[in-house]
Design a protein around this ligand. Sequence first.
Ligand code: ADP
Length: 737
Amino acid sequence: MKRIGVLTSGGDAQGMNAAVRAVVRMALDKDVEVYAIYEGYQGMVDGGSKICPIGWNDVGGILHKGGTAIGSARCAEFRERNGRLKAARNLLERDIDAVVIIGGDGSLTGAQLLYQEWPGLVNELLESGQISQEMAEQHPHLTIAGIIGSIDNDMYGSDVTTGSDTALHRIVEATDAISSTAASHQRIFVVEVMGRRCGYLALMGAMAGGADWVFIPENPPDLDNWEEKMCQVMQLGREAGRRDIIVVVAEGAQDRYGKPISSSYIKEVLESRLGEDTRITVLGHVQRGGSPSAFDRNLSTLLGAAAVDHLLAAQPDEKPFVMGIRGNKITRTPLDEALARTRAVAEANAAHDFKQALQLRGSSFTESFNIVRTMVRALPHPPTPGQRRMRIAVMNAGGPAPGMNTAVRTAVRLGTDKGHIMLGISNGFHGLIDGDIREMDWMSVHGWASQGGAEMGTNRYVPKGSDFYAIARSLEAHQVDGLLLIGGWSGYEGVLKMMENRPTFPANNLPIVCVPASINNNLPGAELSIGADTALNNIVNAVDKIKQSAVASRRVFVVEVMGRNCGYLALMSALATGAERVYISEEGIRSSDLIEDVKQLAAGFSKGKRLGLVIRNESANKVYTTAFIRALFEEEGGDLFDVREAILGHLQQGGDPSPFDRILATRLTSHALNHLEKQIEDNDITCTCLGQVGGSLVFTDMEDVPRLFDMEKHRPKKQWWMELRSVARILAKPAPH
Ligand code: ADP
């Protein structure tokens, strides 16, 4: 195969540009020509200048842009066989019989149809003399790789789809902003979000935004008088001290008879029954807008690369596949299966079989719904008479990570709802040593879902010597049954030390679960830690701005990012910003690398390049510091370019947690709490660390940590994201000639 086409179709989604860029560059790198098909299927049907070769530099400077640079459209003609006949002829005329199609379920349904009809279309074109026998013989089949570009996340075949993370960013920015005005005036806001017949955006938006009620199509209110129930909860919430109330409604929300529940109806109910001042905000196309999040850029990049690999490896008559992600792994699903399973949800919905609809969305969707249902309560369920009320302590430790508050809120609310007594430990191990421990109730964590920093306080202090005696006394004094630690490596280290001290201090014989929270993403037993996504977005936003500042000058930026000895933030931010070089601690820096890199930069600038970007992890090399690299490049660059350094520093740790981190924090903490509860019940004192591994949540015995973790460099021995190094390297290459 020497030629492929790429198109974006249907509703646009942030990240489509990253996917197109990756498709174009990965293919060109393998000597495959790429044709852009402009304006989706309309361009395929129209042909002419709408299907043209696209080059390496044509996809430069689009990574950070929303929308799609090659245009998208809805095309009625393509729905007819005659339109698809024209499309087939236009592709054949250019010797294209492999296409990457980036779009929603409508676009991919069209793709499946085009694949199925292809042999018939070729035959018809041959018989009507529109193509030659040779051409027909050369292209008997059409190979298709699909990428789901949809903010709705409404399709089977990927945990998340291109654009949905960015849409959640827009939703959460809006709900965060609305809560402050709602609180000032004690108003209720009804926020309507997109998603067509899928409740993903509403559910995750409500979870991440700490909303007070949510309506989704897959799980309509189960009571006929749901209005009454909702008003009761709102009323109780006010009495409990809630000033701001936010109700999130999916645009496809319905009652259990399939009658739409509109935002205006909810407003009417709340106003007439409660006399509350209620306002509606329909977020609309804002959700499709703006710069794609770091996650969407990287997801789309990897899917684009996978699509090219798929087309190149496909058998001549291979059926279409869609590229997706499960956990952090790229997956491929037959397109017909993905479409059939997606249709099954729509059918279950239409038949009002909501149990089935919810189930088909997957177990984590249902689990998230159940968590949100508890979190929106005005107050927890009262403890069941006679139940064991466990005393569970929660603490943060390590450097601050955005999402720590979200996690503590989840622990306190879910724990108290189970009837347990939740204890908050202030200031990490210092608080545990000093006995700075207090009971936390439902409202004590109100508003914490969206707050950056760590309200309970956190630091990197690791206990030693006589501290263990003090810790044992605190645990005894507060009769702690189990401990939930939400933090970074120094927290984990502290737990390991507590375990070592068990023989001397039997009070340490309690189960402990460590929940990974560190912007460095360097923790054992977890592929992603809470806070890393926020830090990554902070870096990417800063680098976007830095790049913009240099439009007119010929300049190289050397940007230093955090991560300690873990290159995750550096590599992922390089991938998301299109940096040409990244230096990470895992690989170190050799003087020969620097010489080679400066030569490459000089070659680029001498051919008209205007901007260079190099990202350096803070611990990449002790001698070749950021300042050193800047000076070296400056000297060697001569008149070709100047060099500036930017050390991003603590802005990376700050800010409100990203939706991804809030969702991760909520899900991990819920699992950790259930696990801890069971351990306490079973008198199991194993200490574990929790993390997402290959798409599942896994508890790793802390005893195994020294085996899995580089105790000197403070990072896991095996890091999944190192596999992305090769993609990053190819995409950052200069244009081939
Ligand atoms: P999305 O891809 O975002 O779901 P649409 O449903 O509007 O958006 O589909 C985009 C385009 O894909 C349509 O305008 C049409 O050209 C094509 N398409 C959608 N459904 C079909 C179908 N059943 N058969 C053929 N083409 C289709």
